[in-house]
Every structure is written in structure tokens, then in C-alpha cells.
Design a protein. Structure first.
Length: 438
């Protein structure tokens, strides 16, 4: 048994595994960066009498939330181009703004702003897709934040790379540089079927097999994407990905608002993870992911916020609530996407999508101590009948009290432990002035 050095005592513990279980008056014992034991508070006090303890008498302790799809440097573009459909938003506003502003400093400062927002909202891990993955990875490591950093591919020149070969060369160098890090890993992140050619997808599929890392892809985001693919390739994007060998257990398929029953069955058969981003899809009027159909088919469904330029926040509590409510409306079934499943989607299923389920996503001995304590004594969460329902349907991110990543406290009594918020605010305001001037 590893040496326990911290004990967290909570009014409720929701481990996520087993599913739907709520443990009252329980403690989680930590040994370094890992969970050592989950046991009643009285037993923990007797067993670990001389260990540092944190009392959380009005809190629910849950696994850290996993934001399974985001573009975190784009926090610096929050609110830049609102109330526009996807392709106009991208082609006429976001891509031109990125061409003028994106570089290592933009990425570093945007990621730092995102880390602060995510920590304050109970998110301890994210699945990233943006340029300058080397800068992203270094920034996440500096702040002790867990992230899967996407290695970006797109068929036109950007500030990150000018040619197809340069994308591959630079991305592989980043993978090699951060291989073996405990908090940061990599995925292959081709932007979308409409911006990546078959030749690149074939190389990506080969690398995914060789390196055993996920492929993180926007897929079936809009009806227009489907129509354009039929005209250009004679088939739907999903069928094209199947033909290219990318539909497998390593595929993280993001959005998926346009799906046939056969495509849903194929996702289940091949172990594809789907990331549901309901608020971005609603804001861009992209469509509705058939979340409950996917769940019933046995597809592992995770939740992501997308970037702050199309959401406009990184609030996983709000996203999870929206996901649950929207799924009910789309399925015309009030029992669809129930609260316990919603919490699983925001934690363990996100970890599964990222290939991290053995390390994070539930409060299980041996897993990393990525934990969030949420205060439930606020008037807005009184009275309390069902702790899991309260977390999903009534709790806001402002009620996050304490956060740990790998056993290290990142938020204490709702305050960030190691981020200078005044300096961060000044940097973001400087970026606002620079981007607006362009």
C-alpha cells in the first residue's frame, strides 16, 4: 500500500464507477499523485490519524471534468464574431483574424486564460486542437494541467506550417518532444474532412496505428458539410473516413449532428467516441447531435465546449446541463440522457475518448487524483434530494470550491492557487486591443 499523505473528507463522494453511486460521509485518501482508497470518514480518521486532511462538510467530491473538445487559445477571440453560421464565421472572420494574430505568444496567453477559466469551473483535463502544439504543451505543463494536445493538420498555410510535409514534420517533432510526460499527451488533429485531403488522411491513419494515439476530428458538423462532400467525393464524410480506414476505436468524432442509423451502428461497432458540443452547435445553428440514439446504440459519448469563440465559455457544468436537456428534447423522451449518464459523459467517457480511462475519469484507487469539490450549501442548490441530479441540473461553476490535479491543489476555497489573475487580465486586455485594431 502506498504511503497516504492527504485525506479529503466530503459530505458526498460520487465516484462515477460504480455508475450512479453516491457515497455519504466518505473520504478519499491520496498517496502522492494517486487515489489510494475510498472509505467512510470515520474509518479514514482511525486508519490515517496523523495525515493532512481537508474537510469538505458541505461539498460533493467528483472526478475532474474532462472537456473532450476545445480550441483553448481562442479564448482570446471570445465574442469576436457572434451570431453567424459556421462557414461565414470561419471563412470571413475567424481565419482572417487568426492570420493576423496567431503566433506562439497568442497561443501561450490564450491557453493560460483557458486554464484559469477551466480550473475555476472544475475542469482538470482538456482535449485540445489548435496551432503551435509545442507552445500549448509547454504551457499546460508549466501550470500542471492535464491535456491531450492535438497535432494540427489542414491543407493551407498557417502560422504553424506552410506545407503538408511541414505539418507532418513539425507535428511529429512535438510528439517526440513530449512523449512520456505524465500530464501531457498528443493526438493527431486533422481539422475536418472538407479541409484535409485523402493523402493526408492516409498518412494520419498510418501514424495513428504506429504511435497508438487518437485521431481528433470535426465530423458531420453541419448539413452543408454532407452536401458538399456528396458533390466533391460522391459520398458522405463518414463513408469517406470509413474508406480511408479512420473509423475505429482511436477516432474522436466531434459534433456528429448529421447521422443515419447505419452510421450510428458503425460507430458502436468500431468503438468510435463521439464528442457532443451542444452549445456551440446551437449557437452556430449547426444541428442537433442524436445523443440519446448514440447512447442507446452503445456509443461512448463525451462532452466538449468547443472553443470560446463559438460558445462563448469553457463551462463544463453548463455544457453538461445543456447536453442532458437537449438530448431529451431531440429524443422526445424526458428519461433520455439521465443525470448519472450526463456526469459520466463529462468525466469517464471523456477520459475514454482520450485514451486516458485507466488514469482518470472516476474516483477509483490507483487512478490519478484529479478531483473537484463542489459546494452544495448555496441557496441555489437547496434543498438537496439527489446529489447527482443537483450537480447536473442545478449547480453552477461558481460553486466549485477546490480542485486537485495529480494530487496537487489548483483551487482552494474558489481561489486559483498559482495564477496571477491581475497579470493575466492585463495580457488579455492587451490582446483585445491588438485584435480589435486589426
Amino acid at each position: 500500500m502506498p504511503i497516504v499523505d492527504q485525506v479529503l473528507e466530503a459530505r458526498w463522494v460520487v465516484p462515477v464507477e460504480p455508475h450512479g453511486v453516491v457515497l455519504e460521509d466518505h473520504a478519499v485518501a491520496l498517496a502522492g499523485d494517486a487515489i489510494a482508497e475510498v472509505l467512510p470518514i470515520a474509518a479514514a480518521r482511525a486508519k490515517y490519524a496523523n495525515v493532512e486532511r481537508t474537510r469538505l462538510p458541505e461539498h460533493i467530491l467528483i472526478p475532474g471534468l474532462v472537456n473532450a473538445h476545445t480550441h483553448n487559445p481562442m479564448t482570446l477571440m471570445r465574442g469576436l464574431a457572434d451570431d453567424l453560421p459556421l462557414m461565414i464565421w470561419l471563412q470571413q472572420h475567424i481565419w482572417p483574424a487568426e492570420a493576423k494574430s496567431v503566433g506562439p505568444e497568442f497561443v501561450r496567453d490564450g491557453v493560460e486564460l483557458a486554464i484559469a477559466e477551466m480550473l475555476r469551473g472544475g475542469t482538470t483535463c482538456c482535449n485540445e486542437s489548435y496551432f503551435f502544439p509545442d507552445v500549448q504543451a509547454a504551457t499546460y505543463l508549466r501550470h500542471g494541467f492535464r491535456a491531450v494536445v492535438g497535432l494540427p493538420f489542414i491543407e493551407f498555410p498557417t502560422a504553424w506550417a506552410k506545407s503538408r510535409d511541414e505539418y507532418f514534420d513539425k507535428n511529429l517533432a512535438v510528439h517526440d518532444e513530449f512523449k512520456g510526460e505524465k500530464l501531457v499527451s498528443t493526438s493527431l488533429a486533422p481539422h475536418a474532412p472538407y479541409t484535409v485531403a485523402d493523402e493526408s488522411f492516409a498518412r494520419i491513419r498510418m501514424l495513428s496505428d504506429q504511435l497508438d494515439i487518437p485521431v481528433h476530428l470535426h465530423l458531420h458538423e453541419t448539413a452543408q458539410e454532407i452536401e458538399d462532400s456528396r458533390k466533391q467525393h460522391g459520398q458522405r464524410p463518414f463513408a469517406r473516413m470509413q474508406a480511408l480506414g479512420l473509423v475505429d476505436e482511436r477516432l474522436i468524432a466531434v459534433h456528429m449532428t448529421q447521422l443515419t442509423d447505419a452510421e450510428i451502428a458503425a460507430c458502436a461497432q468500431h468503438g468510435v467516441s463521439v464528442v457532443h458540443c451542444p452549445e456551440s452547435n446551437l449557437k452556430l445553428a449547426s444541428g442537433f447531435c442524436p445523443a440519446e440514439k448514440l447512447r442507446r446504440a452503445g456509443v461512448s459519448l463525451a462532452i466538449g465546449t468547443d472553443g470560446a469563440a463559438s460558445n462563448n465559455d469553457l463551462d463544463m457544468f453548463g455544457e453538461t446541463r445543456t447536453a442532458a436537456l437537449l438530448a431529451k428534447a431531440v429524443a422526445n423522451d424526458a428519461s433520455a440522457f439521465d443525470a448519472a449518464f450526463a456526469l459520466q459523459a463529462a468525466t469517464l467517457n471523456g477520459a475514454r475518448a482520450l485514451g486516458l480511462a485507466e488514469r482518470i475519469g472516476s474516483i477509483v484507487p490507483g487512478k490519478q487524483a484529479d478531483l473537484v469539490a463542489v459546494r452544495l450549501d448555496a441557496l441555489e442548490t437547496q434543498p438537496l434530494y439527489n446529489a447527482i441530479s443537483q450537480i447536473v441540473y442545478a449547480t453552477g461553476r461558481h460553486q466549485v470550491g477546490d480542485v486537485w490535479i495529480a494530487g496537487v491543489r489548483k483551487v482552494e476555497n474558489s481561489a486559483l492557487c498559482a495564477i496571477d489573475t491581475d497579470a493575466l487580465r492585463a495580457k488579455t486586455q492587451a490582446w483585445r486591443a491588438r485584435i480589435a485594431a486589426n
